[in-house]
Design a protein around this ligand. Structure first.
Ligand code: CTP
Length: 400
């Protein structure tokens, strides 16, 4: 996605600097050439070696360091080839220096010398963020064309729960990809994605579910958004934060997911069912907590009767307007992966199915095959779910 792009990541001294590791690693995985410039104080929080290892390039902590000798005038040669500068985290001090045009450390020097777009992700204490000086400096940067992301509200290192948290790396990456003008081949398209494992209630405190984390669905939603699509994300995942610009519609059970999909699928040109939907649910969920029973000091067995849930993909495949909509399913198999996935593609009347085995459940990476209606099968090696999402969307974009 980002191959051929050079990105400078500036890291200043906020405790959120640890999240910059994730930003650098994700940019690198997306194919970018990443250079990290750190302030001296940031080096007290994260060792430059960490960024050097993650980026594969020398880390700029001193513009005259011998290891930058291969670059004639580092702050000029690097900034000339940079397509984007991201400052994450960006402290109140760096905001102030940038607003004044100061260049007294490698980071601010490079920003001042660069004509590339700049994205800053502030992180600081809420009182600092609300300080009129910071407000004014930030407004000035915005006026001058700096892009801002965050800060968000939440739990802060200082113990407060308020505004000041640096945005999540996923959201910073999405914004960066957008700024770099990644393929907008889904612009004007509406993509519906489902994610996570449904929960089927046994009683008010217990449920049946599966190991799906929802990460693949969230990666697809994010990637579709990056490519310009309007995205509806229907999620049974309990803990993943909403991707940037997408408000996930939260559901619990297979029945809840079916209802939400039927409510929203009408305008979608593509429906991607990445959710691990339960095939069975307790037939008689109890209204109060089931208690264990003992008779004559022996524990009594408890049986839960299960009934099948409705197949969501089959339900939409049978709806009117089927042909104006691309249906993508996932097949998670423990044996005979390709044969079983092909069978699902036919039985559910899908256009494309993503076949993967159980090793990718709940993980960060996925090894998968794509099988299409015409029988074409393409195999893909283990890769991040973000990258896989774009591979899948390449096929979606070509068809909608
Ligand atoms: N799916 C669905 N509705 C269900 C069950 C599954 O829409 N009630 C979708 C899943 O989101 C996935 C595809 O169907 O895209 C295949 O799901 P999977 O669980 O692998 O297969 P099942 O159809 O449930 O069949 P089996 O469990 O027998 O393998």
């Amino acid at each position: 996605m980002l191959s051929g792009k050079t990105i400078i990541v500036g890291v200043s001294s906020s405790i959120a600097a640890y999240k910059a590791c994730e930003v650098v690693s994700r940019l690198k995985k997306l194919g970018a050439d990443v250079w990290v410039a750190m302030t001296k104080e940031a080096g007290n929080l994260i060792a430059p070696l960490t960024f050097r290892t993650l980026s594969g390039n020398p880390v700029i902590t001193d513009l005259f360091a011998p290891e930058l000798n291969s670059l004639p005038v580092p702050h000029i040669s690097l900034t000339k080839k940079a397509h984007l500068i991201i400052i994450s985290p960006c402290t109140a001090n760096i905001i102030a220096k940038l607003a004044q045009g100061l260049a007294d450390d490698p980071l601010t020097t490079m920003v001042l010398a660069s004509e590339a777009p700049k994205l800053i992700a502030p992180a600081m204490n809420p009182a600092m963020w609300r300080n009129p000086l910071v407000v004014e400096n930030t407004a000035k940067l915005k006026r001058l064309g700096f892009q801002l992301i965050g800060p968000e509200s939440g739990c802060l290192a200082c113990g407060d729960s308020d505004i000041g948290r640096m945005s999540e790396p996923d959201d910073i990456i999405s914004r960066a990809v957008g700024l770099l003008g990644g393929a907008q081949d889904l612009k004007g398209r509406h993509v519906l994605v489902t994610a996570g494992g449904t929960k089927e209630a046994i009683d008010p405190v217990r449920f049946i579910s599966n190991r799906s984390s929802g990460r693949m669905g969230y990666a697809l939603a994010r990637a579709a958004r990056e490519r310009g699509a309007d995205v509806t994300l229907i999620s049974a995942s309990g803990y993943l934060p909403d991707p940037l610009d997408i408000k996930a519609i939260k559901v619990e059970s297979a029945a809840g997911m079916l209802e939400a999909v039927l409510d929203f699928y009408n305008n979608a040109q593509a429906v991607i069912m990445a959710a691990a939907v339960a095939d069975f649910r307790p037939k008689h969920p109890k209204r109060s907590k089931i208690k264990k029973v003992e008779r004559r000091k022996l524990k009594v067995e408890h049986r839960i009767e299960l009934e099948p849930t409705e197949d969501i993909l089959k339900a939409i495949a049978q709806q009117k307007g089927r042909n104006s909509r691309l249906l993508v399913g996932f097949a998670l198999e423990t044996e005979e992966l390709i044969r079983n996935a092909k069978k699902k593609l036919e039985e559910k009347d899908l256009d494309l199915i993503v076949a993967n085995d159980q090793t990718t459940l709940d993980g960060e990476a996925i090894k998968f095959s794509l099988i299409s209606r015409d029988g074409r099968i393409d195999e893909y090696p283990l890769q991040s779910k973000d990258r896989a999402a774009h591979v899948i969307l390449d096929r979606v974009a070509a068809a909608v």
